[in-house]
Design a protein around this ligand. Structure first.
Ligand code: SAM
Length: 253
C-alpha cells in the first residue's frame, strides 16, 4: 500500500477479534478513515486507533440501512480527498458482503483498491459450534446460500439444495425460515434433517439452538430477535452432540 489514495475492503470476521487476520489489523492501524458495517463487533471497533476517523455505514437485516449507492459514493469521495480508506465488513467482503459491487465502483472511478479476506460466518460459526461442515461419509459438499432466495423472481434450485450428502449454510435465513422449510420439504428433504441455528457466533453472546427441518419455522419464530443468525443444515449437525460430549467427558477425566 504505497499510494495514500487507496481503499482496502477488509473482512472483519464473524465477531471474535482474535479471528481478525494480521493483514486486516495492519490495514485498520494504517487507515485515515474506517467505514464500517453494523455487523462489525464492538470488540473489533475497539482496535481502531484513536485519531482514525470512523464512519458507520450500516447494513443490517430488519433495521434502517445505508443505501449501497451512498456507501459507494462515500468511499469514492473519501479516497479522492486523499485518504487511506478501510471499508470494514463483517465476515468476508466477497461472501454476501456486497464487496464485489464496491470493488466495481472503485475500479470504474480508477481508485486503487485491495481486498483482505475475512473468516466468513459459516466457517467461524461452524468451528465455534463444533459442527464440521464436511465429514467423510456424511457430507461431501457445502453450499453457502442466501436466505433471500425468492427475491428477484422464483428460485429454481431447490431440488439441487435438497440433494443428500451436502451441508447447507443459510445466511440471512431466519426471516425466511418458513419458505426454506416449505420448499426443501417439497423437494423431498426429510422432516428429520437436523438444523443448527447459531446466533452471534464466535462472540460471548453466542447462542445455539438445534432443531429439525420439519420444525424450522416454529423454532425460528421462537428465537428472540437480537444478533445475526446463521443456519447450518445437514447430517453433519448430528456430529456436534458427539463432539461436545467427548469434550465434556475429557474435562471430567
Ligand atoms: C449480509 S450477511 C454478511 C455475511 C458476511 N459477509 C460473512 O462473510 O460472514 C449477514 C448474515 O451473515 C450471518 N452472520 C454474520 N455474522 C454472524 C455471526 N457472528 N453469527 C451468526 N451469523 C452471522 C447472518 O446470517 C447474517 O444475517
Amino acid at each position: 500500500m504505497t499510494s495514500p489514495i487507496h481503499v482496502t475492503l477488509v473482512g472483519a470476521g464473524p465477531g471474535d477479534p482474535e479471528l481478525l487476520t494480521l493483514k486486516a489489523l495492519r490495514a485498520i492501524e494504517r487507515a485515515d478513515v474506517v467505514v464500517y458495517d453494523s455487523l462489525v463487533s464492538p470488540d473489533i471497533l475497539a482496535l481502531i486507533p484513536t485519531g482514525v476517523k470512523r464512519i458507520e455505514m450500516g447494513k443490517r437485516c430488519g433495521r434502517a440501512s445505508a443505501r449501497q449507492e451512498d456507501i459507494c459514493t462515500l468511499l469514492v469521495r473519501l479516497a479522492r480527498a486523499g485518504n487511506r480508506v478501510v471499508r470494514l465488513k463483517g465476515g468476508d467482503p466477497f461472501i454476501f458482503g456486497r464487496g464485489g459491487e464496491e470493488a466495481l465502483v472503485l475500479r470504474r472511478h480508477h481508485i486503487p483498491f485491495s481486498v483482505v479476506p475475512g473468516i466468513t460466518a459459516a466457517l467461524g460459526c461452524a468451528a465455534s459450534a463444533l459442527v464440521p461442515l464436511t465429514h467423510r461419509g456424511v457430507a461431501r459438499a457445502v453450499t453457502l446460500v442466501t436466505g433471500h432466495l425468492q427475491q428477484g423472481g422464483e428460485f429454481k434450485g431447490w431440488s439441487a439444495l435438497a440433494q443428500a450428502g451436502q451441508t447447507l449454510v443459510f445466511y440471512m435465513g431466519l426471516e425466511q425460515a418458513a419458505v426454506i422449510q416449505q420448499q426443501l420439504l417439497a423437494a423431498d428433504c426429510p422432516d428429520s434433517l437436523p438444523v443448527a441455528l447459531i446466533e452471534s457466533g464466535t462472540t460471548a453472546a453466542q447462542h445455539i439452538t438445534t432443531t429439525e427441518l420439519g420444525r424450522l419455522a416454529a423454532t425460528a419464530a421462537g428465537l428472540p430477535p437480537s444478533g445475526p443468525v446463521l443456519m447450518i443444515m445437514g447430517e453433519v449437525v448430528r456430529l456436534r452432540a458427539g463432539l461436545t460430549t467427548t469434550l465434556e467427558a475429557l474435562a471430567v477425566a
